[in-house]
Design a protein around this ligand. Structure first.
Ligand SMILES: Cc1cc2nc3c(=O)[nH]c(=O)nc-3n(C[C@H](O)[C@H](O)[C@H](O)COP(=O)(O)O)c2cc1C
Length: 410
């Protein structure tokens, strides 16, 4: 990783490229050499995070499924994970997974806070993995904070009051997400230690069930973002007030998880790079925060935005968060994932080729078309790995899109 960061972020001079090609081979497709991946990356070049190598730069973004029961994965997860593990992406990320029952957003959210949750993920992931080509699996560890105790989206997504089947959500300060809601319970220092332990315990469970990479959810107005943003954090102790205080708990938590997560496995964070509100968390804050995460051994930052308040004004449009990823990557040299309305293979390839981000994460486009990476590979002249049962599916105009495919008959 250190070598990657030291190299210049521009294409090498022609003579150097020729030298590299002579030494390492092709510049196209998934078989790129390590040096070519650094010097002229593309959507279908490999990328390494610690000991983990992704076969391409496409990451399936974490997506809540609201289909767990008591935090436990269900048949839905077996099918959903199975289909996305067949997608040909470089890495699949399991949805926001709560570190405690009250850290869930809804009653249907996935958890990793007891033995039953752990067994459910282990068993269902084993089935999904056994029926797909090998793909690294990341899991997003999360705590909902004041956005907890919500109805699932298809039931309106509003707060379920305690006493009506919900719970009293917790937050750095007793400020409600919406003005008409009762305030959440303020977190005291004992609860801070408990939440810290819950993240560590869940990380240990995630390692046991064979998760390859962990992403800590610090975005979208959930608990850790609530500590970072001056709009939701009005504490007057060591964990609130100035920037250094507001980043303290997320950094302490990151340090604790890094200590208990295997050294060879990557650990990243999803952040909101801006609140999109005057007086809120800004891109400059995000850059300073990522610099601190980097020093603590963070392997990538997944750059999203918003979520702290409905007052946000988000300039939605294709790739609207790419400039945020680029700003962070340029200022910090942190391996950076860009997400948000990346839907077209050429667009995704251009983001990687122009060094705006190292990885792209796709969410809705992957639900719409779970074989998006197959189609992207066909469009860009690259290759993906597919289950052998589907090897005969390669279209006429891209007959070699499936790597290692063999079709024989008598
Ligand atoms: C159904 C659904 C569930 C989501 N759940 C999560 C989640 O669990 N964690 C998270 O950080 N973001 C979540 N998101 C946000 C996506 O990961 C992604 O950042 C966002 O949808 C923008 O990317 P897109 O334009 O490719 O969809 C979710 C989005 C969707 C559509």
């Amino acid at each position: 990783m250190a070598t990657r960061r030291c190299l210049p972020a521009r294409r090498p001079a022609l003579f150097l490229r020729i030298g590299l090609l002579q030494r390492y081979g092709t510049v196209n497709g998934a078989a790129n050499s390590p040096l070519e991946q650094i010097m002229s990356p593309s959507l279908f070049s490999r990328f390494s995070l610690r000991d983990l190598t992704l076969s391409n730069r496409i990451v399936v973004s974490p997506m809540c499924q609201y289909s767990a029961v008591d935090g436990c994965a269900t048949d839905w997860h077996t099918i959903h994970w199975g289909q996305l593990l067949q997608s040909g992406a470089g890495m699949f990320t399991i949805e926001a997974t709560a570190v405690s029952a009250i850290g869930r957003i809804t009653l249907g959210c996935l958890g990793l806070y007891d033995d039953a949750c752990e067994r459910a993920i282990a068993n269902r992931l084993a089935i999904a993995r056994a029926n797909a080509p090998s793909m690294p699996v990341a899991l997003q560890l999360a705590h909902s904070g004041r956005k907890g105790s919500s109805r699932v989206p298809w039931e309106g997504g509003q707060l379920i009051p305690a006493g009506h089947g919900g719970w009293v959500p917790i937050a750095p300060s007793p400020i409600a997400q919406l003005d008409h809601e009762p305030p959440p319970k303020s977190i005291d220092t004992e609860m801070l230690s408990q939440i810290n332990r819950e993240f560590v315990d869940a990380a240990v469970r995630a390692d046991r069930v064979g998760i390859n990479a962990l992403e800590i959810h610090m975005a979208h107005g959930y608990l850790l973002h609530e500590f970072l943003s001056p709009l939701s954090n009005r504490r007057n102790d060591d964990y609130g007030g100035p920037f250094e205080n507001r980043i303290r708990f997320p950094l302490e938590l990151f340090t604790a998880v890094r200590k208990h997560w295997p050294e060879w496995k990557p650990l990243g964070a999803r952040i909101s790079a801006t609140d999109w509100i005057d007086g809120g968390w800004t891109i400059d804050d995000a850059i300073a925060f990522v610099q601190r995460l980097k020093r603590l051994g963070c392997d990538w930052v997944d750059v999203s935005s918003g979520g702290i308040s409905p007052a946000q004004k988000i300039p939605l449009g294709p790739g609207y968060q790419v400039p945020l990823a680029r700003a962070i990557r340029t200022a910090t040299s942190m391996p950076t994932m860009s997400v948000g309305l990346i839907t077209d293979p050429g667009q995704a390839d251009a983001i990687i080729k122009s060094h705006e981000a190292d990885l792209v994460a796709l969410a809705r486009a992957m639900l719409w078309n779970p074989r998006w990476p197959w189609h992207a590979a066909a469009a860009l002249g690259a290759q993906i790995h597919a289950p052998k049962q589907y090897w005969r599916s390669a279209p006429r105009d891209a007959p070699n899109v499936i790597a290692d495919a063999k079709v024989g008959q008598r």
